[in-house]
Design a protein around this ligand. Structure first.
Ligand SMILES: [Fe+2]
Length: 300
């Protein structure tokens, strides 16, 4: 099966209090506001029209996660596969008016996903030097699912994502798309939600800056910095003002030899034996990071 989805497209989050999350996204992460009205704020770190969209709402929750397909035909093909995979189409229109096509669907586990054509991008407008860590692109998401193997089957069937790596008990599953990043979506066993969304930082000095800026916000890193084994990326995490976890990541491995790549199955699941299996360096994951849960909004 070939990839229908190329990359993570965007993330939409419901928030009860707009100002603090926008302040952190701009002053900490270095995003800029591309559009705002009384109900929504669109943000991006690059020349793209939107990467992160906050909606004013009654409860803090992830609203939807969008994945980018390269063509209208790919979106149409994905839409055709949604019911075949046991999921339900919510809309055959893109949720963002800047996209040419999109399909929004819900899974039986309660995730709302969208597959949409690329968000417009001014490619010579990539750098927006701000007060934050100058994130350079949106990287990946980890979602939580009570049935991770079932979620894996859905995204394989509908989006054509491929397995890069997983724990033998399906506790964590890493899926890649057409851009060949080791993962654009991680699936973590847990109550339906979003474990974290991730932006890429350009250099390691920005991780020092991240820690210093969090201190200004009277906050601390939730974990990191360190280097994950799965994906081989540098990481550091913090929890945003709405309660969603943000990962700053750098230099994720690419699966260049896609045809011959054999997914890695992690069989060492217990500490201390698995510490170096999961991380090249850095401290083992702290309990609050492991237990973090940010809910999905009820399916519309
Ligand atoms: Fe991650």
């Amino acid at each position: 099966m070939t990839y229908l989805v190329n990359a993570l497209g965007h993330v939409q989050i419901n928030v009860t209090d707009m100002a603090p999350v926008v302040r952190e996204a701009t002053e900490l992460l270095g995003l800029h506001v591309t559009r705002s009205d009384t109900q929504q704020t669109w943000l991006a770190c690059s020349g793209r029209t939107a990467e992160l969209v906050f909606h004013r709402a009654e409860a803090n929750a992830v609203r939807s996660v969008g994945f980018e397909a390269l063509t209208v035909r790919a979106v149409e093909e994905a839409a055709r596969r949604v019911p075949e995979a046991g999921c339900r189409v919510l809309s055959e229109k893109p949720s963002l008016d800047c996209c040419a096509a999109g399909v929004v669907f819900a899974t039986p586990q309660g995730h709302t996903f969208e597959i949409h054509t690329p968000i417009p991008d001014r490619i010579y407008d990539r750098r927006h030097f701000g007060a934050g860590v100058d994130a350079i692109r949106m990287d990946h998401v980890n979602i939580t699912s009570p049935e991770p193997a079932e979620t894996q089957r859905q995204v394989e069937r509908i989006m054509g994502l491929k397995l890069s790596e997983k724990m033998v008990d399906d506790g964590l599953i890493w899926m890649r798309g057409g851009n060949r990043q080791h993962h654009i979506m991680g699936i973590v066993r847990g109550q339906t939600g979003l474990h974290h969304y991730s932006f890429e930082l350009e250099n390691f000095g920005q991780y020092c800056r991240l820690g210093d800026l969090l201190d200004r916000f009277e906050k601390q890193l939730a974990w990191g910095p360190g280097r994950h084994r799965p994906g081989d990326n540098i990481y550091a995490y913090y929890v945003d003002a709405a309660g969603a976890m943000v990962e700053c990541s750098s230099g994720m491995a690419l699966v260049a030899d896609d045809e011959n790549y054999q997914p890695n199955i992690i069989t060492t699941l217990k500490r201390p034996e698995n510490v170096r299996v999961l991380n090249v360096w850095g401290t083992p994951a702290p309990q609050p990071w492991l237990a973090h849960h940010f809910p999905y909004a009820p399916v519309a």
